[in-house]
Design a protein around this ligand. Structure first.
Ligand code: 6PG
Length: 224
């Protein structure tokens, strides 16, 4: 179990280098496998990374792209992570990728979770997992001190769970049983506050600091 921490001189260098590394790991996997899967975070940080990655000359039709989590809002809503991917990743060369949309249009994420669990399970283990993190040390939609997080961190959890205790809107999230075991795992964080939160998380329990559950074999990419 090795945690590698890479500090970049600036965010541009981070995004360029990480895009290249992710593209390389996907291509490497496709040399000996029919398909690959790329699981990525929403939020605001990764947009420039996705712009770089969208132009990568790799075999996108054999890659399934999916989110770590999704807010239960329409695909064109400002808060939609799918909207973020459609605007920054799923265009240019990456437009040819298969996209597994976690927003199904069902009335609630609870209604959608069982079928999504089956759909996601077909793409496990993830080939490349990229995680984000909030300054509260959440990742995906696994929030600190939430009853749902305790369930989502359990080894027998379904691959996908609904999150309805969050203050903003209902969400759907991959669980630890889906996110752990990825062949290549990366964490993308920027800024002093997230670096401090990352350092703090290492001595906390995963229910207090959900990102802690993934700090095994992982490469952490950080710039100011
Ligand atoms: O749906 C989400 O919000 C993301 O998947 C989430 O887990 C994100 O990675 C962190 O909240 C960091 O978000 P920022 O990049 O906006 O700080």
């Amino acid at each position: 179990m090795t945690l590698e921490f890479i500090e970049y001189p600036d965010r541009e260098m981070l995004f360029l280098s990480l895009a290249d590394r992710v593209a390389g790991q996907l291509s490497q996997h496709l040399r000996v496998n029919d398909r690959a899967s790329l699981c990525v975070p929403g939020g605001t940080t990764p947009a420039p990374l996705y712009d770089y990655l969208s132009g990568a000359e790799i075999d996108w039709p054999r890659i399934t792209v999916l989110l770590n989590d999704e807010r239960w809002v329409d695909g064109e809503h400002m808060r939609s992570n799918g909207r973020l991917l459609r605007r920054h990743l799923l265009h240019d060369k990456a437009e040819a990728a298969q996209y597994l949309d976690l927003y199904t249009g069902d009335a609630s994420p609870e209604d959608a979770a069982p079928a999504l669990s089956e759909a996601v399970a077909a793409h496990l283990p993830l080939t490349v997992l990229l995680l984000g993190m909030g300054t509260d040390m959440h990742t995906a939609s696994l929030f600190p001190d939430a009853s749902e997080t305790v369930l989502a961190l359990a080894p027998d959890a379904p691959a996908v769970m609904a999150v309805t205790s969050n203050r903003d809107e209902p969400r759907i999230t991959l669980t630890a049983s889906a996110l752990k075991g990825a062949i290549n795992t990366h964490l993308l964080i920027t800024g002093a506050d997230k670096r401090e939160a990352f350092e703090r998380a290492q001595s906390l329990d995963p229910t207090e600091a959900p990102i802690r559950a993934f700090l095994g074999d992982i490469t952490v990419h950080w710039a100011e």
